[in-house]
Design a protein around this ligand. Structure first.
Ligand code: HEC
Ligand code: HEC
Length: 207
């Protein structure tokens, strides 16, 4: 019994240490439920797309009474300025949901209904965050700190003024990379489509 117990203990200690030392990929808000629930299609969309970089508190701390135009502009700013991987339709659908749940619009407003009837971008292809998760990128990379591979922040900073960055990074992801950031090479991801590479690269360069 004894050796087995010792072994188990050792394994547990080891596991516990690993669990503490392993850096979390991204700090998600503890609960996406902080988005106010709603029957509008923007609700699940916002949960999925607006909590990858910061918590929903950013939204809840906005001044009350913002109009549909103001909320749509806010979602658009995330897309345009901060590189949130969302489509133009997503911007309008999420804007309408936020204007109703946190602002001055009503679900029955014609503009809210029009925006809510748009089709959101297909979740799989354009959604860089889902791609990062599904392909295991986040086990080696985080947005803001080094794990095995460089932080996406640092990748974006290094190539900020490089006009060839898009092509270079896409190639690194597709064919693998070595010697650019340290001794550990990155494995190739040859199965990614051009569209997926584009979504990933654009997202990473905006971090
Ligand atoms: C790619 C990362 C990213 C995503 C995804 C993202 N945001 Fe942001 N957001 C930011 C950054 C960066 C800031 C500015 C942070 C700061 O000033 O500390 C910000 C700030 C905000 C603020 C505070 C007001 C402001 O303009 O600075 C609001 C509100 C907000 N985001 C809403 C949203 C909504 C709604 C979504 C989903 C459509 C979203 N965010 C998705 C990166 C993101
Ligand atoms: C097994 C760990 C691992 C996985 C999984 C991984 N990477 Fe990497 N990544 C690395 C390492 C290590 C480097 C640094 C390679 C180097 O020094 O050239 C790197 C570098 C990079 C770079 C910088 C490339 C350059 O040209 O400077 C990007 C961008 C990147 N990875 C994106 C991704 C994406 C996207 C995925 C998922 C599709 C991914 N990585 C999965 C370990 C990993």
């Amino acid at each position: 019994m004894k050796p087995l117990t010792t072994l188990l203990c050792a394994a547990q200690v080891c596991w516990a240490t690993m669990a503490c030392a392993a850096p979390l990929a991204i700090t998600l808000p503890p609960e996406t439920a902080v988005f106010k629930s709603s029957a509008l299609p923007g609700y699940p969309l916002a949960q999925q797309k607006c909590s990858t970089c910061h918590s929903a508190d950013y939204i809840n701390f906005q001044p009350p009474g913002m109009t549909l135009a103001q909320w749509t502009a806010e979602a658009s700013k995330m897309q345009q300025v901060y590189g949130a991987p969302i489509s133009d339709e997503d911007v309008k659908i999420i804007g309408a949901y936020l204007a109703v749940t946190c602002g001055s619009a009503r679900a029955s407003d014609a503009e809210v209904q029009a925006a809510s009837n748009l089709s959101p971008a297909p979740a799989d292809k354009g959604d860089a965050m889902a791609l990062l998760k599904n392909h295991g990128c986040l086990s080696c990379h985080a947005i803001d700190h080094k794990i095995v591979g460089p932080a996406y922040h640092d990748v974006a900073a290094r190539y900020a003024s490089d006009p060839q960055a898009l092509a270079g990074i896409a190639s690194s992801i597709q064919h693998g990379s070595s010697g650019k950031w340290g001794d550990i090479p990155m494995p190739p991801f040859a199965q990614l489509s051009a569209q997926e590479l584009q979504a990933l690269t654009t997202f990473i360069l905006h971090q």
